[in-house]
Write a protein that binds this ligand. Sequence first.
Ligand code: BYC
Length: 309
Amino acid sequence: MSDVADRTFEETIARHDRIEPRDAMPDDYRHTLIRQIAQHAHSEIIGMQPEGNWITRAPSLRRKAILLAKVQDEAGHGLYLYSAAETLGVSREELTRNLLTGAQKYSSIFNYPTLSYADVGTIGWLVDGAAICNQVPLCRTSYGPYGRAMIRICKEESFHQRQGYELLATMMRGTDEQRAMVQESVDRFWWPSLMMFGPPDGDSPHTAQSMAWGIKRHTNDELRRWFVDMTVPQAEALGVTLPDPALAWNAERASYDFGEPDWDEFWAVVKGDGPCNAQRLAHRQQAYDDGAWVREAALAFAEKAGDEG
Ligand code: BYC
């Protein structure tokens, strides 16, 4: 990059203005964005699997229609994000390959199994809730296409969060067995939800640079704390207990104190050793293989249309 281009980039970032695809940008900025946006896109696509697992076993037509729509929304989020990544000069095919070979990651949370229908509610409430805390600030991220994709995604995620809460609230008004299902589900998903925000700030190699570039607007620990503060009153309203004996209101900080997630478990899951990592990737590979004829037909059609045009 020339000195002038470098200065223009730095000034744009300092003004909290947006960098657009044709603007000059440092290679490391581009690579960091590709890494984060690709990981985010892969998370949306792999994230269809845990809930998709329950579509055929939804307890009513209403719940089935809601779940189908939600899982379909996640596919849409993946597509907006892959498109945003493509504006940085990386192809969709390359991104898919990087997911399938493990060269790029996806969120740790989707490597946990969904064992009951209550998990559909818990994922909506806690996982989409955590996603909202993380993603609303990303609407102001410094790269234009990513920030604009996040605006629509966040609107849909907040709907998802409410449907999850509504499902859990309905179950909590039901039988003792249903209440126990909700509690058991929340017990399993609470700590993995906190891990979604990434490692503690002291162990996060990328946060400082990503904040300096305006890619991230808050640190992992800040966002995690906001999530806990937002969620505790909701848990009280629902009547579920969050499985953390250290959880307590801190009047001085006007915020909740809470315990440490098991970071060894987090790193094991991130490195591929979670309960469902192999299953999730095998399923995605199968879907990719099964879709080969569609890609071939679409290419043949495009070539033919090009010849005729
Ligand atoms: N899982 O320096 P750090 C959804 C990795 S989908 C796996 O803090 P960074 C939904 C990290 O990549 C929600 N890996 O990194 C969909 C890095 O490794 P590499 C997805 C993680 O990037 C369907 C290393 O650890 N949301 O909402 O500054 C249904 C060091 O971390 C995780 C997003 O993707 C993790 N949890 O910060 C329902 C949001 N955490 O790349 C819901 C966008 C960290 O050096 N992403 N790692 O090999 C971000 O905001 C940031 O990328 C993170 C991590 C906060 C996740």
